[in-house]
Ligand binder design. Structure first.
Ligand code: ADP
Ligand code: MG
Length: 328
């Protein structure tokens, strides 16, 4: 668990880099700090593991103020992944991954087993790369090693600063997917920094949107899209809004606006209630035919116009709360 309360930080020029930042992240949750360059994301992250000291405010990790914890012990319990991976060039892949377990004096066999297991989970061939040096690896592989190193001693907290930022879009998508499917992250408290909106929506359970050092809004992707608290939040997502909205909404969310048409001859379910509206649109377009969705054991058949109608109805309902002003 991580908790920030009214945290402030200015550097020597006096301009506030972080202004009155408060948020809480629970175990098993991923919070994304999202914002353009210079909005205070990295400074916020670095205060959590005491690389930067705040001017005021409280930072708690697992219920205890970071100021009262020994820096060494604190950092060993926090995995940190950097954009440029920060691997040691003169250490092999295995030595890089084993750094913290070695500091913790794990025995050799345990370190080796842990390293192999993490490499396998992150799809790094042990046979090919275990004894290689970082510069012999591709960017995507180096980033996977950086992630393995941060996870090696199974820290309760994982902090990641633009972890996929240096990768090309294709590699980025695949490393991101592997990260998402890692069972290891499900019992950790994760904070990830990014300026990439689709990445924030894909990986964040909640998103903290920052601007000029201050939080504009913290919420789930759907809350930020459908209930923005101000024009900044609303405008931030404007360019990709349609795609983001279809992705953020699950079919369950629009269930009440879908009819109860039961499939005829073809009973095979294609989608589940947990799938997104975007998943459904993709299927409908690919198949050029109606698709079946399995909701809590009830099978329903929809076509494209029904999907879009339900989506529009949902939007009208949620945006009707307080924000709509009638012109007529
Ligand atoms: N060590 C530093 N010294 C002076 N100013 C800094 C330092 N680190 C960051 N800043 C300033 O603080 C603000 C926030 O920076 P940063 O937290 O790195 O933003 P982000 O990670 O969102 O791009 C910026 O205006 C930046 O120039
Ligand atoms: Mg940064």
């Amino acid at each position: 668990m991580i908790k920030l309360e009214h945290v402030n930080k200015s550097f020597h020029n006096g301009k506030p880099a972080v202004r009155d930042v408060s948020f809480e992240v629970n175990t098993g949750e991923t919070l994304v700090l999202l914002g353009t360059s210079g909005s205070g994301k990295t400074t916020t992250l670095r205060m959590i593991n005491r690389l930067i000291a705040p001017d005021s405010g409280q930072i708690l990790v697992n219920g205890e103020s970071v100021n009262t914890q020994q820096t060494e012990a604190l950092r060993r319990n926090i995995g940190y992944v950097l954009q440029d991976n920060g691997l040691f060039p003169h250490y092999t892949v295995a030595e890089n991954i084993g750094i913290v377990p070695t500091l913790l004096k794990w025995d050799k066999k345990r370190i080796e087993e842990r390293t192999r297991s993490l490499m396998e989970k992150l799809r790094l061939s042990v046979a090919d790369h275990y004894d290689e040096y970082p510069q012999q690896l591709s960017g995507g592989q180096q980033q996977r090693v950086g992630l393995a190193r941060a996870l090696a001693a199974d820290p309760a907290v994982l902090l990641m600063d633009e972890p996929f930022g240096a990768l090309d879009p294709v590699t980025r998508a695949s490393v991101r997917k592997e990260f998402r499917s890692l069972d290891e992250i499900h019992n950790k408290t994760v904070i990830m920094v990014t300026h990439d909106v689709p990445e924030a929506f894909e990986l964040g359970n909640r998103i903290c949107l920052m601007d000029k050092g201050a939080i504009q809004q913290t919420g789930t992707p759907a809350e930020l899209l459908f209930n923005p608290v101000n024009d900044f939040v609303s405008n931030f997502f404007q360019e990709q809004r349609f795609w983001l909205e279809l992705n953020a909404l699950r079919l369950t969310d629009i269930r009440s606006w879908l009819s109860d048409t039961v499939p005829g001859e073809n009973h095979a379910p294609v989608l589940k209630g947990e799938d997104s509206c975007w998943d459904a649109l993709e299927q409908l377009t690919t198949l050029s035919a109606p698709v079946n969705i399995l909701f809590n054991d009830k099978l329903v058949r929809i076509d494209t116009s029904e999907l879009m109608h339900a989506f529009t109805q949902y939007k009208q309902t949620v945006s009707g709360h307080g924000r709509s002003t009638r012109l007529s």
